[in-house]
Design a protein around this ligand. Structure first.
Ligand code: NAD
Length: 269
């Protein structure tokens, strides 16, 4: 016996453990918010590649339509800060990817309360409303997947990001409650927690942090963003999409209520 094997546990040959079929989400429908750009766009394309029908939800009409065309999906132009519009979204998704997010960088004592409120509406209330409307369909078919795109800032804080850190921590809590309630119905709920991803949101942050700290943009990336990361590069949007896809694959059905750091070792500190 291979010395790495546990006595009594037979590890069969690879042929007994078929891999994930290429189009393992054929027949499934996924709703991705913030799908017009960055991580959401990568998810839309990745899920479509796995065979899913995609609802491309975003407020950016032209970009949403372009992504929908690219992935053969349906563009739904919605401002997620508007609860009435959110409650008009389809209720028949088998998979929900709560991804849309915005950032505002300012010290707490200067942080505009209306901006704080907007961030909670888009990044906490909208995911809650979308999940609560999607669960009855998932419960009825005894299968569903909720993927919440959180952040390393759902697990750790950074200065000047009070609204964002508060929203991501709230999303973590929401995700865990949904995991507990959904388990008897075959519904899992998980967060993915990227470090800094190469997207327009980060490119904007580099510019605002550069202003806040009074240092060049290159130094923001090297000295601030990647300071806690053991792997000294930004993560690509498709790497996040692949983690979200794995959480919907046949091999991850026992994974729920978790937060999967994709942070180059940041939270290993
Ligand atoms: P992005 O700016 O590239 O894309 C965000 C998308 O959300 C945009 O298409 C935007 O139009 C849409 N959006 C924003 N507000 C909206 C609203 N009110 N209604 C409808 N659509 C709205 O951002 P990204 O970097 O791809 O980030 C996606 C998610 O990943 C966010 O939740 C973000 O917090 C999270 N995240 C990003 C990073 C990163 O480094 N980029 C790291 C960790 C987590």
């Amino acid at each position: 016996m291979d010395s790495t094997q546990t006595p009594g546990l037979r590890l069969g040959p690879a042929t007994e453990q078929p891999g994930t079929p290429a189009r393992f989400l054929a027949g499934r429908t996924v709703l991705v918010t913030g799908a017009a750009s960055g991580i959401g766009r990568a998810c839309a394309l990745g899920f479509a590649g796995a065979g899913a029908r995609v609802y491309v939800v975003d407020r950016a009409a032209e970009a949403a339509k372009a992504v929908a065309e690219e992935c053969g999906g349906t563009a739904l132009v919605v401002d997620l800060s508007d609860p009435v519009a959110v409650d008009g979204l389809p209720e028949d998704a088998d998979i929900v990817v709560n991804n849309a997010g915005i950032q505002h960088v300012a010290p707490v004592h200067d942080f505009p309360p209306e901006r704080f409120q907007l961030i909670q509406r888009v990044m906490v209330e909208a995911p809650f409303r979308i999940i609560r409307r999607s669960l009855p369909h998932m419960y009825a078919q005894e299968w569903g997947r909720i993927i919440n795109v959180s952040s390393v800032h759902g697990l750790r804080a950074s200065p000047f990001k009070s609204a964002y850190v508060a929203a991501k921590h709230a999303l973590e809590g929401l995700s865990k409650v949904v995991a507990l309630e959904g388990a008897p119905y075959g519904v899992t709920s998980n967060c993915v927690n990227p470090g800094y991803v190469r997207t327009p949101l980060v490119e904007n942050q580099i510019a605002s942090q550069s202003l806040a700290h009074g240092i060049p943009a290159q130094d923001v990336v090297e000295q601030i963003m990647l300071e806690r990361s053991a792997i000294k590069r930004l993560i690509e949007p498709d790497e996040v999409a692949q983690a979200a896809l794995w959480l919907c694959s046949p091999h991850s059905g026992y994974v729920t209520g978790t937060s999967l750091p994709l942070d180059g070792g940041w939270t290993a500190h």
